[in-house]
Design a protein around this ligand. Structure first.
Ligand code: ADP
Ligand code: ZN
Length: 722
């Protein structure tokens, strides 16, 4: 068996792919494949799975056989490899018999380093297939989207089962299974069905720090989407919708508003689908409105936003779809429009006839999706916890973390709502109750209800605000909701206390989200960037490949930042391996040279050395940020109340600033909470059996403990448990 040095592996990464560093566990996975071991690699979408088998493929003698169900993706992968000077081809049903014959011939003659095969190309008589493989002298087998072999996975494909004897037929050839599907059951099932031997499991972090998660209420959704797209005219994006009809409808509305959008769903014929997909890859369409059928085959690295017009069925799907944004590592948005009505709809779909077990699983997953949307806390933390990773309560790049919160007394509002529920006889749902409260003239309002004292007393607030407060009442058990589709509201015993003035309701209200512009870590010359983009588009059209297969947007940004002028300098730019440098370099360099001359500026390659920015594990608020101002004032001996007064901010805002430092391990919890209270809160947290929600703990401890204090301790606790 050959051994390969780490140095050689690094050199190959740089030479063939033009990257400086490995991501996640890429290096470990590659080393294990090179040693001939089987491996199961779980990495999020965009994490960089391909290199895990492509790099061993170029180093090892023989040909790597890659099984992948994604026909559209295959062509992209092969194009991208070819653009890197690596010989690769694919076999799938999109080709003519002659084309396939040609590929078989070049594979057998040993010209290729990688051969991609679609599972449906594996003949029913698999011994023929294995004979063919034997003639190829395979170096390794890579099973992409490996969850397709498991009926536990979300995309079971029976053809994949033909692979289960692969290991018996080729015991000496390493098998690497790759997937972005995280759950443990599926993982085990993959290993069993592929018969992996003494395999190593590689789990990479699922965090995608460059994606900003945002959830908006589902109202005026289309015009909100149109506004967003207009503000991001030059960006590519995907809009997911639940039904085929609504993709067409939304695309139509976008089109009427001057946005060049296309739709995509499984009801279209195959040629039309691949036409749309290809046009999107090539930036002909900037926006695609699609059902979730779209994207399995999308390997576009510069998708800047993913918008969910409807709520997803489960977090796995949602996360996979949002993961199609920002594969190039640049700041990207994931926006979801949330309504409880969507949850109701999905609840119906989740019931599978004659399969109570499957229905229960689907309903549970949907419930978690709902919790994610309604959760009050960092979105990323919720997602990471869902995938079994711990994460601090502050990520700094989700709507929750970017907005500040304030706690307000909402007792009067609550009394108004509760009274409206009672006086309409506890027989109506949220919308009706709120309409009565706001004095709606609609016909559906019972004339008797128009005579009520509560009719119209809530005109001062918008409907959405009332619905939101009502939701908080439901979440906190003041109001109950019937389980049927009517979702009738009723006042609980706890709710009566508010009506009688025996209890108060304090709500954490969200201030409007302040959208924080995410900065690139370097400044780039936008004029040059646009010029380079044009050049890339021209090259792409000539080679008939998508633009990002030439180089990624992030590489162009680097070019426009540092402006290399020699081939040697160009090689230092991420994405420029030896092959790309020699094939495409001259034109880029000429453009940069011309740009420098005409604007009389100098190359900034001298700054490049300092460029590598190491990502920090625990997210610590930036120096000079508003959060740090609060911290410094605390260090000067001011109390939270004093800081809040001085800064004109709510005390709860100051608390959330400080909590972020506790989470990042920068501030001792004992600086904020007395020893005794610390003990009491820890004990209460233990009793509630959780360490995310402050409310249950406060319910145990009572009013002497502030939410802020509880939050500090929970952050401290979570940090200790990491
Ligand atoms: P996955 O298959 O896991 O979804 P890909 O293999 O398509 O992800 O990789 C996503 C993107 O990241 C690609 O554009 C790829 O070229 C890039 N990439 C992968 N590994 C690295 C690395 N070590 N450094 C920089 N970019 C990388
Ligand atoms: Zn966050």
């Amino acid at each position: 068996m050959n051994t390969y040095s780490t140095e050689l592996i690094h050199k190959a990464l740089n030479h063939f792919f033009g990257y400086d560093e490995f991501r996640h566990s890429q290096l470990a996975i590659i080393q294990s494949v090179l040693k001939g071991e089987d491996a199961l690699a779980i990495m999020p979408t965009g994490g960089g799975k391909s290199i895990c088998y492509q790099l061993p493929a170029v180093i090892m003698p023989g040909i790597a056989v890659v099984v992948s169900p994604l026909i559209a993706l295959m062509k992209d992968q092969v194009d991208a490899l070819t653009a890197n000077g690596i010989r690769a081809a694919f076999l799938n049903s999109s080709q003519s018999a002659e084309e396939q014959q040609q590929v078989v011939k070049s594979a057998q003659s040993g010209e290729l380093k990688l051969l991609y095969i679609a599972p449906e190309r594996i003949p029913a008589n698999s011994s023929l297939f294995f004979d063919f493989l034997r003639r190829l002298n395979p170096s390794l087998f890579a099973i992409d989207e490996a969850h397709c072999i498991s009926s536990w996975g979300h995309d079971f494909r029976p053809e994949y089962l033909k692979l289960s004897v692969l290991k018996k037929e080729f015991p000496a050839v390493p098998v690497i299974a790759l997937t972005a599907s995280a759950d443990a059951l599926t993982q085990k099932d993959i290993a069993t069905r592929l018969d992996l031997q003494n395999y190593k499991l590689y789990l990479s972090s699922f965090n995608r720090p460059n994606i900003k998660y945002q959830i908006l209420p589902k109202k005026n959704t289309i015009s909100s989407i149109i506004d967003y797209i207009k503000q991001h005219r030059n960006d590519n994006g995907i809009i997911y919708a639940l039904s085929r009809a609504s993709t067409e409808e939304i695309a139509g509305k976008l089109y009427e508003n001057g946005i060049n959008a296309a739709y995509y769903h499984a009801g279209m014929d195959a040629t039309e689908r691949s036409r749309v997909q290809e046009a999107f890859q090539k930036d002909v369409y900037k926006v695609i409105v699609a059902t979730i059928a779209f994207g399995m085959g999308i390997d576009k690295s510069n998708v800047r936003y993913v918008i969910h017009h409807d709520v997803s069925k489960n977090i796995e799907g949602y996360y996979q779809e949002t993961g199609r944004a920002g594969r190039d590592g640049l700041p990207s948005d994931a926006i979801l429009y949330y309504s409880q009505g969507d949850i109701m709809k999905l609840r119906k779909f989740a019931q599978i006839e004659d399969n109570p077990q499957q229905s229960a699983i689907s309903l549970r997953k949907l419930k978690l999706m709902q919790e994610y949307c309604e959760n009050e806390g960092c979105r990323r933390q919720f997602l990471m916890n869902y995938f079994g990773e711990s994460f601090p309560a502050y990520c700094g790049n989700c709507d929750y973390c970017l907005s500040s919160l304030e706690e307000k007394d909402a007792t009067i509002d609550a009394q108004k709502l509760l009274s409206a529920i009672l006086r309409t006889g506890e027989r109506y749902g949220a919308h009706y109750v709120v309409d009565v409260l706001r004095g709606s003239a609609a016909e559906k309002i019972n004339p008797q209800h128009k005579e009520l004292k509560t009719y119209g007393i809530g005109k001062d607030r918008k409907k959405e605000e009332w619905l939101w407060i009502l939701q908080q009442l439901v979440n906190n058990g003041y109001v109950t909701k019937s389980d049927d589709e009517h979702a009738r509201l009723a006042v609980s015993e706890k709710g009566w206390k508010i009506i009688k003035g025996e209890a108060q309701l304090r709500l954490v209200m969200k201030k409007p989200v302040i959208v924080q512009q995410v900065q690139y870590d370097t400044e780039y010359d936008i004029r040059l960037y646009e010029k380079l983009k044009d050049i890339r588009k021209d090259m792409a059209d000539k080679d008939n490949v998508p633009a990002y297969a030439i180089v990624a947007d992030s590489s162009l940004i680097e070019l426009a930042t540092y402006m290399p002028v020699t081939f040697e300098e160009l090689k230092q730019i991420s994405g420029f391996g030896d092959y790309k440098t020699s094939r495409y370099g001259a034109r880029f360099l000429a453009a940069i040279g011309g740009h420098l001359k005409s604007f009389n500026i100098e190359s900034r390659m001298n700054l490049k050395k300092n460029k590598i920015v190491k990502k920090e594990k625990s997210v610590k608020p930036a120096a000079g940020s508003t959060m740090e101002v609060s911290l410094n004032m605390l260090k000067e001996g001011m109390s939270i109340v004093e800081i809040a007064e001085e800064r004109g901010l709510a005390a709860s805002t100051i608390e959330s600033h400080l909590a972020a430092f506790v989470a990042a391990g920068e501030l001792e919890v004992t600086k904020l909470v007395t020893e005794n209270k610390l003990k009491a809160i820890l004990a209460a947290a233990k009793m509630t059996g959780q360490h995310t929600a402050t409310k249950p703990i406060r319910d145990i401890l009572g009013d002497d403990y502030s939410y802020g204090e509880i939050r500090f301790v929970l952050e401290h606790l979570k940090r200790q448990m990491q």
